[in-house]
Design a protein around this ligand. Structure first.
Ligand SMILES: *Cc1c(COP(=O)(O)O)cnc(C)c1O
Ligand code: SF4
Length: 370
């Protein structure tokens, strides 16, 4: 299927991305619905799939979780009444062409609007997948100097998160220019990269790239696996290489209807991640983004999954379930406090057992007096 190009070369993978129904047919049995949706989304939403990611698709099942994440569907084009292109207020917090400054001590820097695959559920769909949208005030090609100057003028910024789009779409040289410039700012303690390349085009994670990152530590990397099928030999190799170069790799998933919204799939994903030494960080409740609404689940679904995980599996396999709002991310946790009175505290255990701890406040007082 790889014709006369090198499957393991990431640039060749990128250049040979699938962008027509005809090319897609070399990988899967394209359903009439998929074909119709691809044609209807033309001029509205981008789509592109790396040959590597397409090779993970089930050729015979249109409900394959890889297909659902990467190929346009009719639902995407039906607007939901309450959806918005920017429900979490990225625009509201934009301070420069690229910087979103929402929390006091850390910022997001939108490096690019390009990705290797255009995920149908992208929370910045307006910026990445929407043909006519962008969060850039000016162009992507604009100099980064204004953004760097903003960080320099704000000593409270200790954590810079590079995202997009997917920053790894840029060459190592371009990325090194950005990362080394950030490293020259003394108050920037950590640099974080948000990228889906380990999942969508793991060949991008080369030895040269990791050696470049290593020069600018501490560098952290957050990736985005949503389904156990995405954990392959290649993606494991990419994560291993990053880890071997001292880059901690964490995962941020989105809870997606029909893809990973059941306990068994989620457990297989989380356990698979631990096996490749990737730490589950966040499980995002799906935002009501225009063109993404059909992937939303009820909040109760996330809580049900959480109830099936807490206590039943390794503590650090469990991501924090969060809902992103205009006021920041808000964690949704299990309600374990049944009552809290003078007599003591009654808690609910992971198996649902009422657990009473007497005179909690009294004990704390006595201890502090010793
Ligand atoms: C998610 C996010 C961050 C980082 O938040 P953490 O909870 O530290 O991972 C920073 N800025 C914006 C705008 C974000 O959406
Ligand atoms: S790679 Fe990330 S930024 Fe790009 S479309 Fe997918 S989720 Fe969005």
């Amino acid at each position: 299927m790889s014709g006369n190009w090198d499957w393991n070369n990431w640039r060749a993978q990128f250049r040979n991305r699938i962008q027509t129904v005809e090319a897609l047919k070399e990988y899967i049995q394209v359903s009439p619905e998929e074909e119709k949706a691809i044609r209807k989304s033309e001029g509205l939403y981008r789509w592109a799939v790396t040959p590597y990611y397409a090779s993970l698709m089930d050729p015979n099942d249109p409900n394959c979780p890889i297909r659902l994440q990467a190929l346009p569907t009719a639902e995407e084009l039906v607007p939901n009444m309450y959806s918005d292109v920017d429900p979490v207020g990225d625009m509201k917090y934009r301070v420069t062409n690229r910087i979103i400054h929402k929390y006091p001590d850390r910022i997001v820097m939108l490096v690019t609007e390009q990705c290797s695959v255009y995920c149908r559920h992208c929370t910045r769909k307006y910026h990445t997948t929407d043909v006519n949208g962008t969060y850039f005030e000016r162009q992507e090609a604009e100099s980064f100097e204004e953004d760097f100057k903003y960080i320099e003028k704000h000593p409270e910024i200790r954590d810079v998160l590079l995202t997009g789009g997917d920053p790894l779409t840029y060459s190592d040289e371009r990325l090194e220019h950005i990362i080394s410039r950030l490293r020259s700012i003394p108050h920037v303690e950590i640099i974080r990269i948000g990228t889906r390349y380990p999942v969508l085009l793991p060949q991008r994670i080369t030895k040269e790239f990791c050696e470049m990152l290593e020069k600018y530590h501490p560098v952290w990397l957050n990736t985005h696996f949503n389904h156990p099928k995405e954990i392959t030999e290649e993606s494991a190799r990419a994560c291993d290489l990053l880890l071997k170069h001292g880059v901690p790799v964490q995962n941020q998933s989105v809870l997606l209807k029909g893809i990973n919204d059941d306990l068994e799939t989620m457990k297989a994903l989380l356990h698979g991640l631990l096996k490749i030494r990737v730490r589950p960080y966040y499980l995002y409740h799906c935002d009501n983004v225009t063109g993404v609404s059909h992937f939303m689940t009820p909040l109760e679904k996330g809580l049900e999954i959480l109830r099936g995980l807490v206590g039943f599996t390794t503590g650090f396999a469990i991501p924090t379930y969060v809902l992103t709002t205009i006021n920041g991310k808000i964690p949704i946790s299990l309600d374990t406090i049944i009552s809290y009175t003078e007599e003591g505290l009654t808690l609910r255990s992971y198996e649902g057992k009422e657990t009473f701890i007497p005179y909690l406040q009294h004990q704390v007082t006595v201890r502090s007096e010793v």
